[in-house]
Design a protein around this ligand. Structure first.
Ligand code: FAD
Length: 393
């Protein structure tokens, strides 16, 4: 059965797809946003999402411009003012304070469900946006004038342009035959929410351990969200520990910087990989976010990169729409690809390089790394640059 026609159909209503939908619908582009799930509209008091993202000021500014940040703030976020990084080897450490760079904060840590809900609440107010939940894209056919999108409810809708924001296992990317490259890191990230004995001091703490980084991110209500990267075997062992033994291991691994911990809720494990696609678009189809790049979470850049994809894509589409041109022409899609590819490859390469630098067990590399950190720590200029980088500015 044939359904409606939209200018843009976005598949994937996570942080990236929902942001693209907001940016387009606000400018009068008709959009349908389809998600396989149904974003949680409420949750139990005192419960916390294991998936959180450290959002840069650049990302926060996108949400402020969309008037979505007020919703995020109401649901709960935690500002990050400082960063403290230290190495298990030697005495290398780095402390960065946004106040030294003349900035109020570096960014915020927000549970993913909070950001997604605030975006969907905004989308519900937009006249040009239609939302489809608990619905999947099954297949699609492209012709010269548009794309027919076949949905799991048996209906077909049509669009000028199909946007794949369906995450790292993107169905759209696979159906298009777009290759993805990369490698498994042979590492697994353990995520958990804990209550520290001492205040987190609005600081993002990160210790580089032998098997990978341990990040302790400040969360709302004085809690801390941890992302602890180790070999899959070690992570699985930590996942099996009793709550008390796990908290003890965590306190030891973080050198009691925040004292002891108490676990709040469960623990989860995510295998880590680097994955990218060199082809961002095909006829009347384009990919954004994790659908084209999945990176190591060690510097918390994945969602921030995807949000930049959403902004750039929306800009080129809105420009074409306002000039009355075809929003899905090769010229428009290539402009998006040209503007995003360099930045995406640079950040992906940097995260991979950091991972290798901090994962190296070679004594010389460890020595250089530790003294390099201390050297950087002695330069206010370099530290201010790192601060601006962490802010995404
Ligand atoms: C442990 C860990 C920590 C991280 N920390 C950070 C951090 O601090 N900062 C940061 O910036 N990034 C971080 N990231 C990365 C970040 O989580 C991702 O980059 C981000 O969530 C990607 O968003 P997305 O919208 O592109 O994809 P997703 O969040 O994967 O959303 C995809 C959406 O598509 C929907 N979908 C999929 N297939 C279909 C289909 N066929 N039909 C309909 N809908 C479909 C799904 O339901 C989902 O809602 C972290 C990642 C991990 C693993």
């Amino acid at each position: 059965m044939k359904g409606k026609t939209y200018q843009v159909v976005i598949v994937g209503g996570g942080m990236v797809g929902a942001t693209a939908a907001c940016l387009l619908a606000e400018k009068g582009v008709s959009v349908a946003l389809i998600d396989a799930g149904n974003p949680a509209a409420k949750w139990e008091r005192g419960s916390y999402d294991l998936r959180v993202s450290a959002l840069t000021m650049a990302s926060i500014n996108i949400f402020k411009q969309l008037d979505v940040w007020t919703g995020v703030a109401k649901l709960g976020q935690q500002a990050v003012d400082k960063m403290f990084v230290w190495d298990h080897f030697g005495s290398g450490e780095l402390d960065i304070d946004s106040a030294d760079a003349g900035e109020a904060q570096m960014g915020s840590v927000v549970e993913n469900r909070v950001t997604v809900l605030a975006l969907w609440q905004k989308l519900k107010t937009l006249e040009h946006c239609e939302l489809f939940t608990s619905m999947q894209l099954e297949s699609f056919n492209v012709d010269d004038e548009g794309v027919d999108i076949h949905l799991s409810n048996g209906k077909t809708i049509r669009a000028d342009l199909l946007v794949g924001a369906d995450g790292s296992n993107s169905n759209i990317r696979q159906l298009s035959g777009i290759e993805d490259y990369g490698w498994e890191y042979k590492q697994k990230a353990l995520v958990a929410t804990v209550k520290p004995e001492q205040s987190h001091q609005n600081t993002a703490w990160q210790r580089f351990l032998e098997e990978g980084p341990l990040a302790l991110l400040p969360l709302r209500d004085g809690l801390v969200s941890i992302v602890w990267t180790s070999s899959p075997e070690t992570t699985d062992a930590y996942l099996k520990l009793s709550d008390a033994d796990f908290c003890k291991a965590l306190a030891e691994a973080s050198e009691y910087k925040l004292g002891d911990f108490e676990l709040v809720g469960g623990r989860g494990g995510f295998p880590l990989k680097l994955q990218f696609s060199p082809e961002y678009s095909q006829q009347r189809m384009v990919l954004i976010g994790d659908a084209i790049h999945t990176i190591h979470p060690l510097a918390g850049q994945g969602a921030n990169l995807g949000l930049k994809d959403a902004v750039t894509l929306a800009e080129v589409i809105v420009q074409a729409h306002q000039k009355g041109r075809d929003i899905a022409s090769q010229q428009v899609l290539r402009r998006y690809e040209r503007q995003r590819k360099g930045d995406n490859i640079l950040v992906m390469g940097m995260m991979d390089g950091f991972k290798k630098l901090f994962g190296a067990d070679d004594m010389l590399v460890q020595l250089t790394r530790s003294s390099g950190m201390s050297l950087v720590n002695s330069s206010t200029l370099v530290k201010n640059q790192i601060c601006k980088y962490a802010m995404g500015l």
